[in-house]
Design a protein around this ligand. Sequence first.
Ligand code: DON
Length: 304
Amino acid sequence: MDYKQISTEIYNDVLAGENLGSLPSYIPELASVSKDKFGVFFFGLKEESFGIGDYQEKFSIQSIAKVLSMSLAYRELGADIWNRVNVEPSGTSFNSLVQLETDAGIPRNPLINAGAIVVCDILLSLFNDAPERFLNFVRHLANNSNIDYSKRIAESEKSVGYRNYALCYYLKSLGNIHNSPEEVLDFYFNLCSIEMTCEELAYTFSFLANDGITLHDNKTVLNNSFAKRVNAIMQTCGFYDESGEFAFRVGLPGKSGVGGGIAAVMPDHYSIVVWSPSLNAKGNSYRGMKFLEDFTTRTKISVF
Ligand code: DON
């Protein structure tokens, strides 16, 4: 199958269509990115890899990083991680506070903000240099030692991150944050600030298409069962209250971020990243969703 030709046709169709939605005004640094950016990178395990459009431009990966922090914490802690965070879709927005009270401070899953904040706390308890350890973990997955946190974006979010403060302090009051909330939030804002290109991010996610094994050095990052479960959590929880819709329209495990990126994997075949900053009402990239829907429709390959 000619993935590149199909992707180019879809890219041009989506580019010619509407670009609905808006930029995330609640993070000043993200609100100033051009809505017209649009990049795609396909990383094939066996097929040829290729990029289209703005695929070599860095963007803020935001919540997509939560898949990587969950992977590191899961690998280090094993199944005990599920005592601190659940694996159920929340059906609520990514920054919702409502379920924490009835769920006694156990977030529904590691991909909503509350769950990712608990994962940061877990990593801080596991390592005395957690932000550095995490960055090195990501650099290994990316096979790129230049990947970094963006101080500019982290500080921009921190300056207005009131909901995340609320989540973290509420979790602390319910006993599910063990370190200082300030330290946990600083790590969380840094995690979300990582910048990558579509190309870098697609390669970073390729281990999840490859049973948890990195392709450049053949290291088992997650065993087969853990990799399967991380993909299952992406499938059920990767798009917050639009996770059902993404499964319905696209049918791949994936994860979105408010920087407009979406990373998705087709196990044993490929990883793919689409970036277009304009977000729909649920906080997911409008064009990213559209591109991936057409991509799995036209290639006739998905997990379903
Ligand atoms: O905490 C936040 O609100 C952002 N740093 C991350 C949110 C995000 O990417 C949700 N994605 N759709």
